[in-house]
Write a protein that binds this ligand. Structure first.
Ligand code: NAG
Ligand code: NAG
Ligand code: NAG
Ligand code: NAG
Length: 475
């Protein structure tokens, strides 16, 4: 019995070590949190401005009897929210304090004193409202979730001005019921905030865990761990695996452990592992996106070499004999997933590609000629410019084997030499031109990164950056 239990325990441990590692890790620092709080101020101000104030009823003894009053149809005219102070609260989430909030309210009053009815309007200014709240960050079904776990509010002072009717009679008694009004407002503030946080939570719950990146691939952005809240920041571990949209499948490799260093001087840090990048390569490869058709019209007029069977005669003597004077086209595609490996010293890419050569008939039909299998390795450089990851590839090695031939055997050596030259002179400059245009970092519209720095570590790439929003282009 004990043995069974032990085996179970060991099995569970084995299964735990096979738990999915995240391929993408993100950290928001205190500095980043302050930026988020800055952006959230307007949102919070709107939430507070939309508080619905219920009627306030009461009675005031004016010496000769009691005046019963109703304050109704109150609406918030203005709400001035100073920037909240925010801090991470270890193990929990975020504490948020607002001090010195002021609110201007207008509404109508009705009074009854015996048989005498009267009415008019009023303004209330509420000063120095303080709000103290703790928001919990957690995960719900592998998504980030947020909830309010503590909220308290107090109201400093209230100033009321009555207008219309016999308002001059009540104005002197305002002090008596302003406390009542202040309390009425105080009890509304936390529910209003909680309502706002609930709205935010519903938005978070609606974020799809499959984030469509482009027409070919999506990325699984579900959380692999609960959010980690330290005093210095918030860490999120994300699955970060790419899939082909048309044929999603698991790649033949799995994520490795990596641990991103939290950079407190930047608003955020991001780490993407080899697995993240290679799963993207696998997804594009299985989606059939990694292929290119090379035709004669892509070759510059001035090029000494053209895509035709006579030109190929110097490399494959029998070709122009079998297919004299025919234009050719090449289909270049990855035969296996390109694999990248990050290391502090060198980033290398291994590429297995095939090229199929065709002769193009006058009716635009094609005749297959041969297939070459190419194995090549590159070293890569990558850097960040503005919000784009850019890079450059350098070819280290290229070997060619004849994969199939419809025109009989021929020697590969001259082709390998020509192809090496062609790669260096034609393909790589094109690829590098694309890479130098850059790949957009996945980021929410309107927001970008600035002061970004990138470091290639062993097994992953780390980016630390500040976040810029739509309102701070001027900075
Ligand atoms: C995303 O990954 C999680 C685990 O890492 C998995 O449970 C979930 O099914 C995945 N979702 C998609 C859409 O692939
Ligand atoms: C993310 O995963 C790494 C490696 O498993 C771990 O060291 C780190 O604490 C995790 N971070 C969070 C936020 O869960
Ligand atoms: C074939 O290419 C060679 C150069 O590589 C060029 O001189 C010749 O004109 C081309 N033939 C045709 C039919 O385009
Ligand atoms: C190039 O690759 C071939 C076969 O894969 C290998 O034998 C050769 O040593 C490599 N050359 C260099 C310079 O890496």
């Amino acid at each position: 019995m004990v043995k069974m239990w032990l085996i179970g325990l060991v099995l569970m441990n084995i299964m735990n070590t096979h738990a999915e590692y995240s391929a993408l890790q993100a950290v928001l620092s205190q500095k980043g949190l302050e930026k988020v709080a800055h952006w959230s101020t307007d949102w919070l101000q709107n939430e507070l401005s939309s508080i619905e104030l219920p009627e306030v009823r009461g009675g005031v003894n004016i010496g000769i009897g009691t005046v019963h009053y109703v304050l109704h149809d109150m609406s918030i005219q203005r709400c001035d929210l100073p920037e909240p102070s925010v801090a991470f609260s270890e193990g929990t989430g975020v504490s948020l304090q607002v001090s010195g909030l002021s609110i201007a309210i207008s509404g109508h009053w009705n009074t009854q004193f015996g048989v005498i009815h009267d009415s008019g309007w009023f303004e209330i200014a509420v000063y120095t409202v303080n709000l103290n709240t703790v928001l919990q960050l957690g995960s719900d079904e592998e998504r980030l979730s947020i909830s309010t776990i503590m909220c308290s509010a107090d109201v400093g002072s209230v100033q009321v001005n009555f207008h219309g009717g016999a308002s001059f009679i009540f104005q002197p008694f305002v002090d008596i019921f302003s406390g009542q009004i202040a309390n009425e407002i105080r009890v509304q503030i936390c529910p209003a905030l909680e309502k706002g946080i609930d709205v935010l939570e519903r938005h978070l719950a609606a974020v799809p865990v499959a984030l469509k990146v482009d027409p070919y691939v999506f990325m699984n952005i579900s959380l692999t761990d609960s959010p980690l809240v330290e005093d210095s920041g918030l860490g999120l571990n994300v699955t970060g695996e790419f899939y082909s949209i048309s044929s999603p499948s698991e790649p033949p490799f799995s994520p490795d452990y990596f641990d991103l260093t939290w950079q407190e001087n930047f608003m955020m840090s991001l780490g993407a592992s080899e697995f993240c990048v290679n799963s993207a390569a696998y997804a594009y490869h299985t989606a059939g996106a990694l292929q290119i058709r090379i035709t004669e019209d892509m070759i510059p007029k001035a090029s000494p070499f053209h895509l035709n069977t006579s030109a190929f005669g110097s490399l494959i003597p029998q070709l122009p004999k079998q297919y004299p004077d025919m234009p050719m086209e090449l289909q270049l595609y990855t035969s296996e997933t390109p694999l990248i490996s990050f290391s502090k010293t060198v980033t290398s890419v291994r590429l297995l590609a095939s090229v199929k050569a065709f002769a193009v008939k006058p009716d635009s039909g094609t005749v297959p000629l041969f297939r070459l299998d190419i194995e090549s390795s590159f070293s890569a450089k990558a850097y960040i410019e503005k919000v784009l990851v850019k890079g450059a590839l350098e070819m280290k090695n290229l070997t060619v084997t004849l994969g199939a031939t419809e025109i009989g055997q021929f020697s590969i050596t001259p082709i390998e030499r020509a192809l090496t030259l062609g790669m260096k002179a034609f393909v790589l400059p094109k690829v590098n031109a694309q890479l130098s245009e850059g790949i957009q970092l996945p980021f929410v519209k309107g927001f970008g990164l600035k002061n970004a720095v990138m470091a290639i570590e062993d097994g992953f790439v780390a980016v630390a950056a500040d976040i810029s929003g739509p309102d701070d282009n001027t900075q």
